[in-house]
Design a protein around this ligand. Sequence first.
Ligand code: SF4
Length: 678
Amino acid sequence: SEDRNYAEAESICPFCGVGCGIAYDERTGKATGWRAPVNRRGEVCPKGVAAFDQVGHEERLTTPLVREGGRLVPATWDEAFDRIESEFGRVRREHGPDAAFFFASSNCTNEENYVLQKGARAFGTNNVDNCARLCHSSTVAAMRARFGAGAMTNSLDDLTEADAFLVVGANPAEQHPVIFRSYFVPALKSGTEMIHVDPRSNATTDGASVHLPVRPGYDIPLLNAIAKVIVAEGLADDSFVDERVEGFEEFVSFLDGVDVEAAAELAGVDPSDLREAAKLYGEADAAAVFTGMGMSQHHCGTDNVHALLNLALLTGNVGRPGTGVNPLRGQNNVQGAGDVGALPNLLPGYRDVTDGEARATVAEEWGFEPPARPGLTEVEATHEFGDDVRAAYVFGENPAVTEPNANAVRERFEAAEFVVVHDIFPTETAELADVVLPGSSWAEKAGTVTNTDRQVMRMRPNADLPGDARPDLDILRELGDRLTDADFDYDGPEAVFDELTRVTPIYEGMTYDGIGTESQRWPFSADDGEGVAVLHADRFATGSKTAELRPVEHVEPADPVTDDELVLTTGRVIQQFNSGAVTRRSDTLVRMRPEDALQIHPDDAARRDIADGDDVVVANARGEVSVAAAVTPAVRPGTVFLTFHYANPLVNELTGDALDPTAKIPEYKHSAVRVTVE
Ligand code: SF4
């Protein structure tokens, strides 16, 4: 707004995990790119350009709110914090510390997430999680188990050396647009071949040599069949397998039971396309996998990723430039939130809470030992509201929109005894809260974030705070002071960063000043002054020289589909972001995509007398939404697609809460639904 002061300091885009550098452009009042570590030519996508729309927005929360007589009414910071202190204290006295849950934020800084997870642990619980749980927790679980680290194995820079890209369940052209435009497109133009595995054709498919429109939920048969072709065609890398791989003979025996034609049919793809894809990937000197939520958001998400890792190991596509397995991260600090310990089973630096040595190390720094009981994940916690979980602190997330089986979750929120929401807008979750705290937008604070290829970068304040809103770090420090006896007396984000580098081994040696306008990548070497671009070159991060091949059996989706039903799968579009809490309030982005539409194949539409633009009802036992139909061959027959950016239609009314047994990620990508004309 006109009466706010804006600065032109370099900061980092608040949206996706690419981590583009942006600054305020006085002439346009919009964001402009600066030559940051990732967008070296200053490129930004439409969301980045609109990043300042949230800053001066008229709906910003500007004062604390407390619930009185059923309504949220303005209060002072002391009144709000007195209530938080008293209610969290009561819950701990009456039910123990594990009756509280803390949502950390993948869209907030490393320092804020670090302070929040430390606060939860000082309160006496490991019940802290961030929304990486909902996107790549299964990827991280599989990659940690096999490779010892769950992050991108390679840097964006070296991936341009690939001869082939295998993009599975991801749509980087729309979800990571600057990566696609600045790293993929030049490589594709100079001859890199791309295989795209996705039930929909989209902007990424346009650049692919082969498109495998897999049936949602049938990735494992597809990947096993690709492995079978690679072995049968003699495309396994024998010397890599000899030196770096265990379990080859057993894996080949397992593949004896895989019939390529039958697997292709089950996966819903053309067997000759599958064979071509296997050859493109297997014959390449260097081939890089990019993976997204199409793989991870299944009740077998961890196994999906295990099947994908087998391909990289078989072909020796690990530990060299232009290779690896590279999860594309969704939010600007989803990598960092996990790195600094906002996870219920892991301390900063991915050390198990059950590891006595790790607890002793942090105890030395923190002055208290964190609890040894692993906490609840966020989906488990929301389903326990009112029972095992009585109080929740929700920082910068919107679980009323993002959690699966949203109608059940709404009832659970109502059953919870005390909910605090700390955010910048009156979100759908804030409407259910007992106390709402007005925090700072990305442009009103300083700190660090870690992007998708492990680069830690600095955010700088670009605008004044509105009204009585406070910097998030100050709010979280006061929360720690109010709820615990631990020390939260930090003199700003730099002091927090210094401390977190001492207890987060992968950040050891980094300095706040050293990051400056460049970045430092983990794992970092203070001696060399730089991070490691290609992981697992001589040894895996497990410490072992070898990793195992792992036979993976297909499991059927949790929500079986009857003859008259379709499979609903969910995803994203370029103009909106996550729960839409921010981007649905941006005039710029709303003009570009005002509302959602159900993508449905012409055959499925014809069978139901649905014409393009008709209002349709999408329903199952969990819920029912109304939305316009977009009849298009871009989505495979039998499958329909909605985004998860809108509160209306709220797609998560329809998604189920079957969880992956290891990562506890929900099966967002496969829900049985009926579609009828309204
Ligand atoms: Fe922001 Fe991602 Fe767009 Fe870059 S690609 S401007 S980080 S949303």
